[in-house]
Design a binder for this molecule. Structure first.
Ligand SMILES: [Ca+2]
Length: 279
């Protein structure tokens, strides 16, 4: 589990890579990443018969000012069979919301209940011309603002396919009810960095609670989109851990001549210190 970090001015916020042998459910949650090159990326986890359950759940993270891709995965030569569930994250300002490279067919990645503002491209296949099917990658119940193109397949400019939001929905993406929308989620104070939802936000009750993040035992009830479901979540550093060290004590100034007297003078050594011999 990777949680409650604040990461800034980095090439990437979080990057998990090359864990072939530990069957596990990775959780990346409650992190605040900002002012970095990339956001959260996962590569090279392989499900095998012995290790069937490499799942990475990435939820309730806040990413702000990510220069390239907010979320990414690279399936090297299509050989990797882990799956990601990218759910209930809030992103402000990025180049592309999600970039996938050589995704394995039927990988089962899920991209759900997320909020993106200031990201001109939704989805990008870095080098494959194949349009993603919903069995490989399924987007649903998301909200986007400031998006110019929903998806681009084949990053290479030759034969590149740019899809409008309507065309993307025509593939079955971002169309499951409640359908994803291009709209303003109406944050409480976007300029001031408060990404909770206003009372009148269209992102309220617009998602399905796949991971039961509200803890009521239902994975199908409606919840808000984005990182703030209850509004009380602490995203980023939580104040836990050790307090910062106290500042160093000031260095005492050397005694002055006037500071010694008969009653206030350093002790006089009456015996020689023992000699020390090194053997
Ligand atoms: Ca629930």
């Amino acid at each position: 589990m990777i949680e409650h970090n604040e990461i800034a001015n980095s090439d990437g916020v979080i990057f998990i890579k090359r864990n072939y042998n530990t069957p596990s459910r990775w959780i990346i949650r409650y992190n605040y990443g900002r002012d970095s090159g990339g956001g959260i990326r996962v590569d090279q986890l392989v499900r095998t018969t012995a290790n069937p359950a490499h799942t990475v759940d990435i939820y309730q993270n806040l990413l702000v000012n990510i220069r390239v891709k907010a979320f990414a995965t690279n399936h090297y030569e299509g050989a990797e069979t882990f799956y990601l569930r990218i759910v209930n994250n809030t992103v402000k300002n990025c180049d592309v919301a999600f970039e996938g490279k050589q995704l394995t067919a039927n990988a089962g990645h899920i991209f759900q209940n997320n909020l993106f503002v200031g990201c001109p491209l939704g989805f990008r296949s870095y080098d494959g011309p194949e349009v993603w099917t919903v069995s490989t990658f399924r987007a649903r119940h998301n909200m986007y603002r400031d998006m110019n193109s929903a998806a681009t397949f084949q990053f290479d400019t030759s034969g590149q396919t740019n899809l409008s939001f309507g065309a993307w929905q025509g593939l079955g993406q971002d169309s499951a009810s409640p359908a994803s929308r291009v709209a303003d989620p109406l944050f409480v104070n976007e300029a001031g960095g408060n990404y909770r939802l206003q009372a009148g936000s269209p992102a309220r009750n617009a998602g399905a609670d796949l991971l039961d993040l509200n803890g009521n035992g239902s994975a199908t009830d409606l919840i808000h989109l984005g990182a703030y479901i209850t509004g009380n979540e602490v995203i980023g550093r939580d104040g836990g851990g050790s307090p910062p060290p106290a500042p160093e004590s000031p260095v005492p100034s050397p005694p002055t001549r006037e500071s010694f007297s008969r009653t206030n003078r350093p002790p006089i050594l009456t015996t020689r210190p023992a000699k020390v011999f090194w053997s």
